[in-house]
Design a protein around this ligand. Sequence first.
Ligand SMILES: Nc1ncnc2c1ncn2[C@@H]1O[C@H](COP(=O)(O)OP(=O)(O)OP(=O)(O)O)[C@@H](O)[C@H]1O
Length: 257
Amino acid sequence: MIEFINVEKTYGNNVKALQDINLKIDQGEFVAIIGLSGAGKSTLIRCINRMHDITGGSLIVDDIDVSSLRGKEVRKFRKRIGMIFQSFNLVTRTSVLKNVLVSFVPELPFWRKLTGVFSKEHKTKALTALDQVGILDKAYVRVDQLSGGQQQRVALARTLAQNPDIILADEPIASLDPVTAKQVMNDFKRINEEMNITVIINIHHVEIALEYANRIIGVRDGKVVFDGKSAEVTEEVLDYIYKGQIEKETMSQDKGE
Ligand SMILES: Nc1ncnc2c1ncn2[C@@H]1O[C@H](COP(=O)(O)OP(=O)(O)OP(=O)(O)O)[C@@H](O)[C@H]1O
């Protein structure tokens, strides 16, 4: 379980990105975080794997107080949490398989790191992960020869190969066309349902969030302003989450801008 208790995050420039966040997310949930640009969505998910340090409250993941982790403990903890980015973060001039094998580098003995030789077990795990996202046939293709959707699947396979309990995805479909975006979302859904991996997605596409996630967390100005089932999200709820935008637009219309 992931638990936020009165979590705050203030950046060095005094921007209060998160304020008084209280959430409990159970293992196996599929959660979408929605809200305006700058609302604090990225900050919220990046605190979970300590990409950002919280500045107040506590964040507990499976009984581990995330802020108390030091050095090696942070690396060990992060292995359990996969992270997917909008930009895929792949080495495009090398093969799909090598990109997935990269996930094992931290656990390799020094000589294997130097020689780049991976064990049969690691190769099998990597190929299994590629199979799980339906691109096993692309294992030996160079990443730059793949479409955006296929590249995001490679990133997903790399994460799956780590055998994570949680996958955090920061705008994973933002640079994909609508059809490919849905294919990638289907992958997330399947992984969530079949492997009971918690999936937390930060997303701008509201319709897709409602279609795929079971739970929606609406964030506005660093605060959680809605937390409920996707089926409970009405037009009014969306207006409330995105209220800042509506108010701003109304104000500029009033001013004749
Ligand atoms: N590294 C940083 N240093 C200082 N301020 C930051 C930093 N990262 C984010 N912020 C600020 O914190 C607030 C929340 O940003 P965050 O990126 O979490 O929002 P977001 O909802 O994910 O936005 P977007 O949808 O545009 O990615 C914003 O005001 C942003 O400018």
